[in-house]
Design a protein around this ligand. Structure first.
Ligand code: B12
Length: 477
């Protein structure tokens, strides 16, 4: 399941579905005791299914059992039939004990059963994502050190806390990856104890560690949701947003309206990017794209709903003579500035342009303003353009097309004396045996539809915006 798309749909949906994080209600729905539930992967999966059938939630989340990881590390757990399991006492109170702490194997304690439960649940629940619940690093440290002591250690013995946290994130990262391998569509990392810290301590002892887990496990098909139900979260939002989670989930201790104002919705920042492109503000676009990336807005959304959206609007206005060449040029410069920040990350994430175009002004012709506009509009639609420049001989068009596996050759000419060179490109494509594999588009002030038909090119358009639209269609075909 594409989780970037799932989040996108959730954001765009006029009515939002809830994402409850506790599924202990399955105890009542299945008519069993807590003890029975937490020791059986079958019952946990059935319980999640029962809750999903009862509640039309955005996703199905496993038991938020905050004792499982501590148990794997060796904590004593008190089980009962009508209470959630609790950690008894603490297992670390000195740096030596933190040094000696063994990072548990995945599967230790009940962790194996919880992973199995997710594997089973993801087969039973197919109409929405299945998310595993895990405890956040500082909250787990609180279980191993004792919550109050852990907070005092942050001042008195910070090294002890850091040593413990380093071991915790080793385990948590592997544990979350095991959930991913078992078929989970994502994870909810619950970090409630960090909500009690000061913003500075939260940054040092929680955010810094959650961030490392998130960057190690997050992918397009695996969403990370950060949950913090502490009441100090509004003061910590700047740091929390640097975690890079796909979504943030807060408890009723805070006013969600306030939280929303502190966390710009992706939709908001994307609209700003689009508007600043239309205003031609390159530096502002660059800064907004950088902020959107840092806030964890999906890269594809920044590209589609921010950059390409802005350029698309400019293209449409240009077509209708509502804006003119200089406005298009500054808008395109702003888009390129934003795209330059995004491009390396998109390449890393495997988001590639939907098609390649080989573009140039034909042999003998040095006019390039129109050609450049065509390039910008095409790039604005997400296509990759190999720009051969001006005065391009037919053989260079062919060579570049083959080399880059382009789907389209686009020729521009502004002189009646150079229009003929477009026919040479069509002939050269035939001679090279690639005529059936590429579409040849032509344009420039003196070019007409009749000329296009005469030389047997595939398409003529009178302006750059339409050229880009047709190119996208050709690439889809
Ligand atoms: C600016 C300009 C120049 C600049 C070019 C600067 C540059 N870097 O491009 C300079 C001063 C260098 C120049 C030089 C010359 N120019 Co001049 N130039 C122009 C001018 C004023 C504007 C052209 C332009 O950029 N238009 C704006 C762009 C946006 O429009 P466009 O190119 O048509 O592109 C749009 C569409 O056609 C389409 N499109 C463009 N390409 C493609 C490609 C595809 C595949 C598709 C689908 C669509 C498409 O999308 C674009 C945007 O919507 C025109 C006159 C005019 N008003 O058109 C003369 C004009 C084109 N030039 C002309 C001439 C004669 C020359 C010179 C020979 C002058 C000389 N004696 O030296 C030289 C040519 C040198 C050479 N070998 O190319 C003549 C051509 C006459 C003719 N019938 O052939 C014109 C028409 C002026 C005139 N009336 O005499 N020129």
């Amino acid at each position: 399941m594409n989780m970037t798309q799932w989040l996108d749909d959730l954001i765009k949906a006029p009515v939002k579905k809830a994402l409850p994080v506790l599924s202990f209600p399955s105890v009542q729905l299945l008519g069993i005791g807590v003890n029975e539930l937490i020791h059986s992967s079958d019952l946990q999966a059935k319980g999640m299914k029962a809750v999903a059938e009862r509640v039309d939630s955005a996703a199905s989340v496993s038991n938020m059992d905050l004792s499982v990881e501590a148990e794997a590390f060796g904590s004593e757990i008190r089980f009962s039939d009508d209470e959630v399991p609790t950690v008894v006492g603490h297992i670390i109170e000195s740096e030596e004990q933190a040094d000696a702490l063994v990072v548990p194997e995945i599967g230790a304690g009940r962790t194996g059963r919880y992973i199995e439960a997710i594997e089973k649940a993801s087969k039973l629940i197919t109409d929405r994502p299945v998310l595993a619940g895990v405890i956040g690093p500082f909250s787990l440290a609180g279980r191993l050190l004792d919550v109050s002591e852990a907070m005092i250690y942050c001042y008195d013995e910070p090294d002890l806390v850091h040593k413990t946290l380093k071991k915790i994130i080793q385990f948590s990262t592997a544990y979350i990856k095991a959930y991913k391998a078992a078929g989970a569509n994502g994870v909810v990392i619950a970090e409630p104890v960090a909500g009690l810290l000061s913003p500075a301590l939260n940054e040092e002892f929680s955010v810094a560690y959650v961030k490392q887990i998130v960057s190690a496990v997050k992918s397009d098909d695996f969403a990370v949701i950060y949950h913090n139900c502490g009441n100090g979260t509004p003061k910590m939002m700047d740091a929390i947003l640097t975690i890079g989670a796909d979504a943030y989930h807060f408890g009723n201790a805070v006013d969600m309206k306030e939280m929303l104002s502190l966390a710009p919705l992706p939709a908001e920042i994307l609209r700003e990017i689009s508007e600043q492109i239309q205003n031609g503000k390159a530096k502002a676009v660059k800064a907004l794209v950088e902020k959107a990336i840092a806030d964890g807005v999906p890269l594809k959304s920044i590209l589609d709903d921010g950059l390409l959206n802005g350029m698309g609007i400019v293209g449409a206005k240009f077509k209708n003579n509502e804006v003119f060449v200089p406005e298009v040029l500054v808008a395109a410069r702003a888009m390129n500035m934003g795209a330059s920040v995004l491009k390396p990350l998109l390449a890393e994430a495997g988001v590639v342009a939907s098609g390649k175009v080989c573009l140039g002004t034909v042999k003998g012709d040095l006019h390039d303003i129109g050609k450049n506009l065509v390039k910008m509009m095409m790039e604005g639609k997400g296509l990759e353009v190999i720009d051969l420049g001006t005065d391009v001989p037919p053989e260079k068009f062919i060579e570049a097309t083959k080399e880059n596996n382009c789907k389209i050759i686009a020729c521009s000419a502004l002189l009646t004396t150079t229009m003929g060179a477009m026919q040479d490109v069509v002939e050269a494509a035939k001679a090279a045996g690639i005529r059936d594999e590429v579409k040849i588009m032509i344009g420039g002030a003196p070019v007409t539809q009749a000329f296009c038909e005469q030389i047997k090119a595939d398409c003529y358009t009178p302006d750059a915006a339409s050229a880009a639209e047709v190119a996208v269609d050709f690439c889809k075909a």
